[in-house]
Design a binder for this molecule. Structure first.
Ligand SMILES: NC(=O)C1=CN([C@@H]2O[C@H](COP(=O)(O)OP(=O)(O)OC[C@H]3O[C@@H](n4cnc5c(N)ncnc54)[C@H](O)[C@@H]3O)[C@@H](O)[C@H]2O)C=CC1
Ligand SMILES: O=C(CO)COP(=O)(O)O
Length: 349
């Protein structure tokens, strides 16, 4: 039987960290081809191509410095070379770039392949509604797409500190191979068939984490942040009930739900950016460039996408925290409005 080819599309902080797990498991398990392709958006670092640096030193010096990647992970800036022979395509680009890459790959991949999205975010569809990233991938590539979301800060995963994750998969036939590809003693995979809720949680928690950062920037304490996390979770559950009928409450108690919400509200980049935005008055673009060394925030854009849909449906009042985060991000409201939003939240009425 021919071996399963795996490609990773994306090589940022999370893409590089996950390439450690995928690379090691692909080499260890006989069902997978050893070589794992990794698509790298080319950059020049100190006069040298990032792809060359990764292939020679096995380190992504820009997005995951200090961690060695397995030597069977092969970096290429040619998206078609990376994807054309893959049986499993792992998408782990910031959500801003998914559609562009998807359109470049349309018609050029194996029609029998499957996708897995690790990307957290949404995209605004033509009818004004929001699309899950897995839907965007399916739309471009016409293949099934599962998702992997969880409390998985990339540097901790790269450091092999124990965590859990959730794979959301609608077609149960896809589950065993994905489970095998990702499971390690320090990366505990739980399979869920409630895939849309798994994915929705991963996107929405970045909005709440941006708000948690505002709270830190405003000088409030852990009790206030706990209130933000709780109210944020209530809005996430409501969002699921309204927009994803059939979504299961139990999914919010998996790693993709409450656990990812907590870890991001304490240790994530979106939290940090929210704090810096309030304290130093920097724009999010400046924060990405000057503080995050080119890493991309998902929270402010996701808040804009969600707001766009809520406004279209005249439902802003029902999701006051999501709405306030967006309005603060774009400067329409001052950051200290956020505490009023928390204080007057309809969950208290
Ligand atoms: N970093 C983390 O701890 C985690 C991130 N995620 C999710 O993973 C996804 C990817 O995030 P990261 O790997 O952290 O990326 P990142 O934010 O660290 O890096 C940005 C990446 O985008 C690439 N890029 C820049 N311009 C591009 C373009 N025009 N086209 C294509 N690529 C371009 C850069 O080369 C770089 O690889 C996001 O949706 C994020 O929410 C999920 C779990 C953990
Ligand atoms: O999704 C994450 C952890 O699971 C990472 O969150 P940040 O993008 O806020 O760092």
């Amino acid at each position: 039987m021919s071996k399963v080819n795996v490609s990773i599309i994306g090589s940022g902080n999370w893409g590089s960290a996950i390439s450690k797990i995928v690379g090691i498991n692909a080499k260890r398990l006989t069902e997978f081809e050893d070589r794992v392709y990794m698509y790298v958006y080319e950059e020049i670092i100190n006069g040298k191509k990032l792809t060359e640096i990764i292939n020679e030193t096995h380190e992504n010096v820009k997005y995951l410095p200090g961690y060695k990647l397995p030597d069977n992970v092969f970096a290429t800036s040619d998206i078609v070379e990376a994807a054309k022979n893959a049986d499993i395509l792992i998408f782990v680009l910031p959500h801003q770039y998914i559609s562009h890459i998807g359109s470049q790959l349309a018609g050029l991949i194996k029609p029998t392949s499957m996708a897995l999205s690790l990307t957290k975010g949404f995209e605004i569809a033509e009818d004004g509604r929001i699309e899950l990233i897995s839907q965007v991938i399916r739309r471009h590539l016409n293949i099934p797409c599962a998702v992997l979301m969880g409390a998985n800060l990339a540097t901790e995963v790269a450091g092999e500190k124990f965590c859990e994750t959730t794979i959301g998969v609608k077609d149960s036939k896809m589950a065993p191979i994905l489970y095998n590809l990702f499971s390690t003693p320090n990366f505990r995979v739980v399979i869920s068939d409630d895939a849309d809720t798994v994915e929705m949680c991963g996107a929405l928690k970045n909005i709440v984490a941006t708000g948690a950062g505002f709270i830190d920037g405003l000088g409030y304490g852990d009790n206030t942040k706990a209130a933000v996390i709780r109210l944020g979770l209530m809005e996430m559950i409501k969002f699921g009930n309204v927009f994803y009928p059939g979504c299961q409450l139990a999914t919010f108690f998996e790693s993709c739900g409450i656990a990812d919400l907590v870890t991001t509200c304490y240790g994530g980049r979106n939290r940090k950016a929210g704090e810096v935005f309030v304290k130093q008055g920097m724009s999010f673009t400046e924060i990405e460039k000057n503080i995050l060394n080119g890493q991309n925030l998902q929270g402010p854009e996701t808040a804009a996408e969600v707001y766009h849909m809520l406004k279209t449906k005249d439902m802003e009042d029902q999701f006051p925290m999501f709405t306030a985060v967006h309005k603060i991000c774009i400067g329409e409201l001052k950051p200290d409005h956020f505490i009023e939003c928390v204080r007057e939240h309809p969950e208290h009425m």
